[in-house]
Every structure is written in structure tokens, then in C-alpha cells.
Design a protein around this ligand. Structure first.
Ligand SMILES: Cc1ncc(COP(=O)(O)O)c(C=O)c1O
Length: 431
């Protein structure tokens, strides 16, 4: 990290010293830590974060990619203020949960019925439960590099080398029941699934944490056919891509419809949320009026469908529904990827810029990056160094993670990203 970061973040340094005593690694989520210590945000507005020392950062992390409209968009703030006066959490049925479910069904091609959760992890967990209940099968499958949250059954094969458990505390049963599939390789998938009975295959339509790597329409289509042939539920984890790649998410963008869709992030309009949705026939397995124990698939939770997340989400989706903001953002994404590639090339820096729509990432390698395995071969320390340099100069990415765009970004914000990248590329060329 450049020295300038330390000299201008002294209040953050002091807070980090306090945090270290209380929060393991000083943070509430390991990925939020970066060296020498993270800055502490005091407030956020539009395209920017402001730390407690008064520094400004253009935000390309956007609350884990959730804030497609930027920080505190006025329409969402207005809706939330109104709801705050009517209650923050009911624990009873209310109209907003129906309205948001209707909005999802209108926008997401695979959705006929919906259930809400409080996070994407939970939504993935209940989607797997549902797939197992519906098919009567135990095993499940996911892809190398796919990140679906910390649920045991899916917290497997996330980081290279993919055969090392991602965490202590995962049971042998969980490790044995989840097959890890090669991303983008249909023949490899077929081979791995031979003689196996799996309930579901979970895939991100574009790898988010795994490197900002797009799938290909042909691959998703092939996967769809394979699932139909083998009686497997195809689950799209659209926690990042939902309402980002298109109004109907990755399934609309790539033109392939899954059986079950998992949503989160953008859906909450800046508040905690998750959801899973599917055809009526599948979702009915959750209906306790139709199925009794042990035949129904349980789902629930204290804060599910809390009215604050519902109203913030509904307001957000209405703004995204016609796809215009999203299409515009996708065009900006295309331009940024193109410009970044040109900058690295002009300065003879070996780098691959990946991404799709309004997601992008940089991998410092000569080789093409089309899966998480290839991404893992890139020079991670350079990627961190690049992003730390950007942070020190007021452009925020989590150092090893994929960046995202919000509609709050100005032309000047984008130019600053390109300018700081150019400065970094020139400096790397010189050393
Ligand atoms: C694709 C994907 N699925 C699931 C999750 C888990 O969501 P949450 O962090 O809300 O539990 C994430 C979070 O980053 C994600 O990127």
C-alpha cells in the first residue's frame, strides 16, 4: 500500500486497533480486510464512500455489488422513511411481500412463485433443500470457483486448489455429497456426473467472486439439456447477476431458463435480502397446506420479508424494470473493459480484463482467463497492488474482488478510474 494511504487514514488506523481486539481479524467479514488496515466508512452517497478521516472514494465495490443505483438513491430513501413510520418488522403477513413477489415474477423468466430470505446464503441453502425434496436425491453439484455463500453444501470447490476444504468444520458428509464440476466444460461435466444421481446443479451465470468471468450461452444451453436428460434441477445463483445483467437477470441475458433461481443483493435495494423462486409445481413443495412432514421442504426465518427490505427492493426493481438503466450500464461496462485492456496493452503490462455487463475484473497474466482455475494462475499480488494503489488514490475496489458499476457513477468518476489505472500501468512498466 502506498505510504500516502497511511498518512491520510490515521483515524481509521486507530479504529482498526480497537476492532482487532473485538472482531476476529478486525472485521465482520474476512474479505473486507486489506493491508495494512481497511479504512472506516463514515458515510456514503451516490457514487462515493467517505471515510472517517474525510477521504473520498469512488465506489466500485458497491456493498458487495448490491448497490446498482449507488448509495442511498433518493427514491429508495423516501420509500424506507415512509415505511419506518409504519413499523420496521412485523413478523406477520403484509402487502409489500406480495407486491415484491409480483414484481419478481414479472421480471424473472423462471419465476412463478417466490419465497424470501434474509441473505443470499440462506436462499441458496433453501433452494438446495427444495431441489433435494423435489427430486428425492441427496447429492448436489456446483462449479469450480462458484461462490454461493457459506452454507456447508455449497462452500466447497470455491478457491484453487479446489480439493482443499474451504473451511474447518465442514462435515465429511457435506464434502462427499457435493460434486465439483469444471466451469465451461460440458464434456467434463458429463464425465463427472456419470453414474451419479444428483438433485441439482448450481451455477452463477457469471462467476462473481470467482473472477468476474462470463459463462457462454452455448454452455448454459448444454447444461440445461443435460439437466433435462438426467432429471436434475438447474439452479441459477443470480445473487449478483439478477437485475444486473438484464431486468430478468442472467437467464434473460443468456436466454436459458433454470428450474430454480436464487436472488439477493440488488433485490434488497440496499437492505438485507435473499429469495428463491421457481415454477409453481416445484415451489409447491414448500406449501405446508399441501404436504406434511416429511414430504414438505421447510423454509422460514424471523426477518424474512421484513417490510424495510421489501419496500426498498420494490422501489429499486421498479426503476430497473424497463431495462434501460441496465442496458446503459452494460454499455459503460463494455467501454471500461475495452479502455482498461488498451491501457495495459499500451504499457506492455500482461493483464486480462474479464467481465460481462456492468461487472469487471483484472487478472495479471498473459494467458486467457475463462475460468477460476485460469484466474488462479494470474499474479494475485499484482492484482492486490493495483487495487491498493487505486484505493490510495480514491478509487475503491476490494483488492481481490470483482468490481461493479452503479448508475450513480459520473463520467468524471470513470475517467478517474482510467487515469489512475494508466498511472499504475506506467509505473509498473518503469519498474
Ligand atoms: C453469487 C453469490 N451467491 C450467494 C452469495 C451469498 O449472499 P449473502 O452474502 O447475501 O449471503 C453471494 C455473496 O457474495 C454471491 O456473490
Amino acid at each position: 500500500m502506498p505510504d500516502s494511504y497511511v498518512s491520510k487514514t490515521q483515524k481509521s488506523r486507530e479504529l482498526y486497533e480497537r476492532a482487532k481486539e473485538l472482531l476476529p481479524a478486525g472485521v465482520s467479514y474476512a474479505i473486507r480486510y486489506f493491508e495494512p488496515y481497511p479504512f472506516y466508512t463514515a458515510r456514503a452517497e451516490g457514487s462515493k464512500l467517505y471515510d472517517i478521516d474525510g477521504n473520498e472514494y469512488i465506489d466500485f465495490w458497491l456493498g458487495h455489488t448490491a448497490l446498482i443505483l449507488g448509495h442511498s438513491p433518493p427514491a429508495v430513501v423516501e420509500a424506507v422513511k415512509k415505511q419506518l413510520e409504519n413499523g420496521t418488522h412485523y413478523g406477520t403477513s403484509h402487502k409489500l411481500e406480495i407486491e415484491l413477489a409480483e414484481q419478481i415474477v414479472k421480471m424473472v423468466p423462471s419465476a412463478e412463485m417466490v419465497r424470501f430470505t434474509s441473505s443470499g446464503t440462506e436462499a441458496n441453502m433453501y433452494a438446495i433443500r427444495l431441489a433435494r425434496a423435489y427430486t428425492g436425491r441427496n447429492k448436489i453439484a456446483k462449479f469450480e470457483g462458484g461462490w454461493h455463500g457459506g452454507y456447508d453444501a455449497l462452500h466447497i470447490g470455491v478457491k484453487y486448489p479446489f480439493d482443499i476444504p474451504e473451511s474447518a468444520g465442514l462435515t465429511t458428509g457435506a464434502l462427499q455429497d457435493t460434486l465439483v464440476l469444471p466451469f465451461g466444460d460440458l464434456e467434463g461435466v458429463r464425465e463427472r456426473l456419470k453414474h451419479q444421481e444428483v438433485a441439482s446443479i448450481t451455477i452463477e451465470t457469471a462467476l462473481g467472486a470467482g473472477g468476474g468471468i462470463s459463462t457462454k450461452k452455448g454452455f448454459l444451453k448444454g447444461l440445461r439439456e443435460l439437466c433435462d436428460e438426467m432429471g436434475i434441477m438447474l439452479i441459477f445463483d443470480e445473487v449478483i447477476t439478477g437485475f444486473r445483467l438484464a431486468a430478468g437477470g442472467g437467464q434473460q441475458y443468456y436466454g436459458v431458463t433454470p428450474d430454480i433461481t436464487v436472488l439477493g443483493k440488488i433485490l434488497g435495494g440496499g437492505f438485507p435480502i435473499g429469495a428463491f423462486c421457481a415454477r409453481r409445481e416445484i415451489m409447491k413443495r414448500i406449501d405446508t397446506l399441501l404436504y406434511e412432514r416429511p414430504h414438505f421442504s421447510f423454509h422460514g426465518g424471523t426477518f424474512t420479508a421484513n417490510p424495510i427490505s421489501m419496500t426498498a427492493g420494490l422501489t429499486t426493481l421498479k426503476l430497473l424494470e424497463d431495462g434501460q438503466l441496465i442496458d446503459k450500464l452494460n454499455r459503460v461496462g463494455e467501454k471500461i473493459r475495452d479502455q482498461l485492456r488498451k491501457i495495459f496493452e499500451a504499457n506492455s503490462v500482461d493483464a486480462q480484463v474479464t467481465g460481462v455487463g456492468s461487472l469487471f475484473n483484472t487478472h495479471f497474466t498473459k494467458e486467457k482467463v475463462n475460468n477460476a482455475r485460469a484466474a488462479s494462475k494470474a499474479d494475485k499480488s499484482k492484482q492486490v497492488d493495483y487495487h491498493l494503489n487505486l484505493i490510495a488514490n480514491g478509487v475503491f475496489f476490494l483488492p481481490t474482488h470483482t468490481g461493479a458499476l452503479s448508475t450513480a457513477l459520473s463520467q468524471a468518476d470513470i475517467e478517474k478510474l482510467l487515469l489512475e489505472t494508466e498511472k499504475y500501468a506506467k509505473q509498473s512498466k518503469a519498474t
